[in-house]
Write a protein that binds this ligand. Sequence first.
Ligand SMILES: Cc1cc2nc3c(=O)[nH]c(=O)nc-3n(C[C@H](O)[C@H](O)[C@H](O)COP(=O)(O)OP(=O)(O)OC[C@H]3O[C@@H](n4cnc5c(N)ncnc54)[C@H](O)[C@@H]3O)c2cc1C
Length: 500
Amino acid sequence: MNHNSIDKLVIVGGGTAGWMSAALISQLFKGTLDIELVESDAIGTVGVGEATIPPIQIFNGLAGVNEQEFLRDTKATIKLGIEFQDWGAIGDRYLHGFGFVGRKIGAISFQHVYLKALSEGAAGPLSEYSLNNTAAAAGRFNRLAKIEGAPLPGITYAYHFDAGLYAAFLRKQSEDRGVKRREGRIEEVLLDPESGDVAGLKLEDGTELKGDFFIDCSGFNSMVFNKSLGVEYDDWSEWLLCNRALAVPSSSEPRSLRPYTQSIAHQAGWQWRIPLQHRTGNGHVYCDRFISEDEATQVLLDNLEGEPLKDPLSLRFTPGCRRKLWHRNCVALGLASGFIEPLESTSIHLIQIGITNLLKVFPTKGDNNARAREYNRRMRFEYEAIRDFIILHYHQTKRDDTPFWRHVRNMDIPRNLQEKMASFEESGHLYRIDDELFTEVGWLQVMLGQGLRPKQYNPLADTLSSDDVKEYLNNLKTILDATVAKLQPYPEFLKSISQQ
Ligand SMILES: Cc1cc2nc3c(=O)[nH]c(=O)nc-3n(C[C@H](O)[C@H](O)[C@H](O)COP(=O)(O)OP(=O)(O)OC[C@H]3O[C@@H](n4cnc5c(N)ncnc54)[C@H](O)[C@@H]3O)c2cc1C
């Protein structure tokens, strides 16, 4: 028995971050830790954040979530990737699909084989060598662990879900496992006068809530990290210009039920379309230095596929993250910790890894300094790697039709990103820094999709004959096409989950 264990964990806020924390920590601690969550119905949640990436399945699995119940209760749909439209150039379109793209031949990475074939006019679009892309284009889906008769994995998928319903779903699970929920507005964060640590929260009705450790999940309010502890915020606006968003749900139309998220670039930002079972989530992320709110609203409303169900919700944000994400006896998660625009649906993932990293170095009542340093190092690395991947989408473009696009294509970019782009352009070589979130095939799809063409490929690829490379790609495409032809039409799959 660890006699130094904390007795009471307080979660400040009950949006996606708060309830994800409560659900996973309560599941893993099996009733041995007292957990209380405070949220305010009057303040509510940000109400957006509905597209995810495949690791959410790991989170749901650890949190004991049953997939059928989850799909039904959160009105979820399947996501095979993100389609980018008008990003590299107006009229361009590519899908950043999850899962594999091609397969290496011996020691030769797939992209070199592909680039060789491309230079010889013997390759189709990259998407033809991805199972997820092929399934998305055909509008078909089934759960598939591996491709029959071939040494290839199956479909890798994530979800779109209703953010409010997901929080409610996790709340029920958490409360069933003993998490206490307290409704009320927090007026003050109480600090210990000697240590400066957070001692408790004072609510509007005068109640004081004490705890040993706190997780700040209070959204853009950042009650503990910003308002109380004053942890500095690193502003990344020089690279990520967008600082505003408008969000509006629209009626669900059959043509909108695509098994992927859409991201459509506009004059000073981009628009998302996230199809759920019962509605489509839409939003316009933009930079207010280049377009007014009225114009941005018009762009959004002009590009809906269904009828708007509400007035657009307007949100302001500063891209970046807090200099420390564990400070004193508190960790910040979700919007309280920082925000990178949702172009690759990474915020919920950052919550997930924030929680799992916290679990790896779970605090005690004693000295937590080494734990906090490790947590901060790790989370900073994750944030910066995602930031660079997002910047790539803006910087690598041929668009010069508006001041916004001229600005982003000419701006300076972080050093790691410069090096990755230079490496790919010079030699077709791609690399992943440590175990950063996006893999080589993620970088490959976006770099090529955005129009970055390597000047050369690895000479090892020339040890393969042109005929062999052509045959290899043709075989791969034949296998993927045949596999996808056996999958269910996606609308039928959706019908089956909504009826379960
Ligand atoms: C425009 C936009 C689009 C996004 N799209 C995506 C996406 O597609 N995919 C993705 O992964 N992420 C996305 N995100 C991010 C995602 O929405 C958030 O990461 C996620 O919703 C977590 O929010 P949160 O729980 O941190 O904050 P919130 O949902 O805002 O929750 C904050 C909680 O704190 C409580 N609270 C605040 N102040 C007080 C107080 N004084 N007293 C008591 N309670 C208080 C509130 O009541 C609420 O319960 C998007 C974000 C934005 C802004």
